[in-house]
Design a protein around this ligand. Structure first.
Ligand code: IMP
Ligand code: MG
Length: 181
């Protein structure tokens, strides 16, 4: 449990829904005639994945992978480990990784290397959020929902110590300045 409280809304439900609809339309246009495999990164991407998949007017497939990069704290550990692997083979598939937020890009770059070795026909990324100015220079994102300020955020799948995943909006997380009290 990360001590703190949810604060100001930075992305409203309406803003998120409008943007997800745009992303879905763009993806449907780009992947026309194909059957993309949406690959959600658990747990954070589960809400975005549900809405995005339904906004793409194509016969998409979905699968999920769980990686651990943050533990339960709000700081990166630098360690990425596969906790749950995919059920579907990637060979010759058009794979679109669906991520909640790109911070350092560490998780994504690890995933991309691992998945590229399984010979997909294409491998791209759709991230709901990107934190401005924090990524390694080689992070390549095809679709981005919103760029956000440096603050830690919760909601719409994202959590702080498992709190906030079920919010319909995205809010700033205000850490407790004195967690002992
Ligand atoms: P990266 O490897 O530094 O890019 O970290 C990406 C992962 O860290 C995301 O998939 C999230 O699980 C987690 N993360 C980063 N920033 C936040 C945040 O503001 N709120 C909740 N989770 C976050
Ligand atoms: Mg995550």
């Amino acid at each position: 449990m990360v001590d703190g409280v949810p604060g100001d809304i930075i992305l409203s439900e309406a803003q998120i829904q409008a943007r997800v609809a745009e992303l879905g339309a763009q993806i449907a246009a780009d992947y026309q005639g194909r059957r993309p495999l949406l690959l959600g990164v658990l747990k954070g991407a589960f809400v975005f994945m549900a809405d995005l998949a339904r906004s793409i007017d194509l016969p998409v497939e979905v699968d999920f992978m769980a990686v651990s990069s943050y533990g339960s704290a709000t700081k990166t550990s630098g360690i990425v480990r596969i906790v749950k692997d995919l059920d579907i083979e990637l060979e010759n598939r058009h794979v679109l990784i669906v991520e909640d937020i790109i911070d350092s890009g560490l998780t994504l770059n690890y995933l991309r290397r691992t998945l590229a070795a399984r010979n997909p026909a294409s491998l791209d990324v759709c991230a709901l959020l990107i934190r401005s100015g924090r990524q390694a220079p080689d992070v390549d994102l095809k679709y981005i929902g919103f760029e956000i300020p440096p603050d830690f955020v919760v909601g719409y799948g994202l959590d702080a110590g498992e709190i906030g995943r079920n919010f319909r909006d995205v809010r700033i997380w205000i850490p407790d300045p004195d967690p002992e009290h």
